[in-house]
Design a binder for this molecule. Structure first.
Ligand code: PMM
Length: 290
């Protein structure tokens, strides 16, 4: 999944794609680089970010979703609002990516049930302004799995089909850097929820410096090699989708992981792609064509 933030204040691509024409051009580039889907977001979720109105969000995302979908690109809309999800799907989006897993907007679950589109339910505890005040866990993996499990139950009660749902641990969202690494190392426990797992580590502060390294933390836009490495490892350990800014580097790295898995299992050819990743037991998520 390629990241296309149409925001003036995104922490890593810093508003470079604010104007619709430049955003669309970048989305086309992400697809040409090998993204299976392009995630269009109009509201920044960087730590401390203030909310914007639905009207501003719609104005930012709809023209970009519409143009990319018209080019035949599978678009996902990164939104916490049912109203935006509904309008984006009507404009051609085939996926809904909700960082709040349905918690921010009570209308989201029934809306997604009605739309029938694949839905990313991310682990989330609070809006960005306050999220880093919510990093207390008894056991981060057990608590995140349990909280995601509750979201799956709530989504099912609202009529969302299990096959629509992809789960995401929400790296960096109400998590310290160490907690994010612990979650990343525990992908099999997230996969035990029975749904495909998505991972978004791209350019995050968890990649901003490593044990034993004397070099200063690289700026977010200088974390793409580290992102590619982490994406390959995540794919190898079963992530179905990795959400990244630099698609070309990650596609190359994920292909290496896929080849590694083939080489691991002589006689069992595998296909790199949306549901790649070693040991995938879940059914692949079928894109939604409105
Ligand atoms: N991270 C960001 C935004 N949207 N969506 C999902 N499902 N998972 C993530 O980890 C995630 C996301 C924040 O990163 P950005 O500001 O660089 O887009």
């Amino acid at each position: 999944m390629g990241v296309l933030n149409v925001t003036p204040d995104s922490f890593s691509d810093g508003g470079r794609f604010g104007a619709p024409t430049r955003a669309v051009a970048h989305g086309l580039r992400l697809a040409a680089d090998g993204a299976d889907l392009v995630d269009v977001g109009g509201e920044s979720t960087r730590p401390g970010a203030e909310r914007i109105t639905a009207r501003v969000e719609l104005t930012r995302v709809l023209p970009v979703v519409e143009a990319l979908a018209a080019h035949g690109i599978l678009v996902s809309v990164d939104t916490m609002r049912a109203e935006v999800a509904r309008a984006a799907v009507a404009a051609g989006a085939g996926f809904v990516n909700d960082v709040s897993g349905g918690l921010a907007d009570p209308d989201m679950a029934p809306c997604v049930a009605e739309l029938g589109a694949p839905y990313v339910a991310m682990h989330w505890r609070a809006h960005s302004r306050h999220m880093q005040e919510h990093t207390v866990y008894d056991d981060v993996v057990r608590d995140v799995v349990a909280e995601l499990g509750s979201r799956l139950d709530a989504l099912a009660r609202a009529g969302v089909a299990p096959e629509q749902i992809i789960v995401d641990p929400g790296l960096g969202f109400a998590k310290t850097r160490d907690q994010s690494w612990t979650l990343l190392r525990s992908l099999p426990r997230l996969r035990a929820l029975g749904r495909p797992v998505m991972v978004g580590a791209s350019r995050k502060s968890m990649l901003g410096g490593f044990e034993g390294s004397a070099t200063p933390s690289p700026a977010p836009q200088d974390r793409d090699h580290a992102t590619a490495a982490v994406s390959a490892l995540a794919a190898h350990h079963g992530a179905a989708i990795v959400r990244v800014h630099d698609v070309a580097a990650t596609v190359a790295a994920v292909r290496v992981a896929a080849q590694w898995a083939v080489a691991d299992r002589p006689g069992r050819p595998r296909r790199a792609g949306l549901a790649s990743g070693a040991d995938h037991h879940q059914a692949p998520v079928r894109p939604h064509r409105p």
